[in-house]
Design a protein around this ligand. Sequence first.
Ligand SMILES: [Mn+2]
Length: 382
Amino acid sequence: MGFFDNHGLNYRKTREEAGFNREDLHGIQAAEKEATLSFARHEEQVKRNLELGLEAAESIGDRTISTFSRGELPHYAGINTFLKMPYLEDVNKVGDYDVAVMGVPFDIGTTYRSGTRFGPQAIRRISALYQTYNYEMGVDLREQLKICDLGDVFTIANIEKSFDQISKAVSHVMGKGTMPIILGGDHSIGYPCVRGVAENVEGNIGIIHLDRHIDIQEKDMDERMHTTPWFHATNIPNAPAVNLVQIGIGGWQVPRAGVQVGRERGTTIMTINDVETLGIEKVAEMALEVAWKGAKAVYLSFDIDSIDCGFVPGTGWPEPGGFLPREALKLMQLVAKEGLCAMEVVEVAPAYDISDTTALLATRAVLDVLATMVDNGKIGGK
Ligand SMILES: [Mn+2]
């Protein structure tokens, strides 16, 4: 039994071995790791803030503060991009970045509560709460990764035409060698996102899907709604169903039509019972094995409703009994260690949210995945 098993540190000892040595604590090691991080981009940012936002009034002693808020501080100020990263108005230049965040404000694939079209805005707004440094991982995303925010895809009131827009946008980013992070939007966008990714991958792609819902029936109410993305995604020749892992599925909202398709196509389905029985580490290991089998890249689809609805009220199909937030975060960190080609976070519907907790968890998932990839040398360097 591991006493600690922490992200980038590959540190694993039994309690007996660890004893009470202060230096063996992850908390102490994490503090040490901070000393290895650069401050260069932070300093550049401060310089830029002063140039663009004027030096502060004379009475202010801290001369890194500007008159107009530019950059990270204060966390309650500013016109928000994701994590206050630069807004890249010219999408032709996306190849200059390691990661491009894009919103997909689309919710006409919804079959119960609508409102996920406001998901990207809500995620961006609360993302301003976070700095770019994570203590446990010892990663500073500003220093180690070039991230931009592309703004939103222009979606319209037509599912199929919006799918074409979404695929084109995702494919554009992938084609420039940049990792797309997609903020939904309802889960119907899973199909056009994978379609945009798949055309840029030579070989198969696997999909790791966290959800309470199986989302693999062909149609719902005669359309390709948010209950259908994986039916259509796994029809793409290089996105086979045998590389699709679906984790957290269960409860009273799983349509039988989807179950039949999952069974016929041989997707790998794990319930929360499986997660409890096997443990997060084993589940991650199995998910990686299935998703990567014969595949060249793996896509992560995080449906926020995979989390127990007590933690994520701001979603369209709330369901009790899902993951605890730290279980899901841990699972996503473990699968991100091997690298991901793209990631979507879907089904955040801020009108039903309380204190931004749902949107905050969406932000957290993206940042944890990116930091894990940085820490494992899977991304960065532009
Ligand atoms: Mn769902």
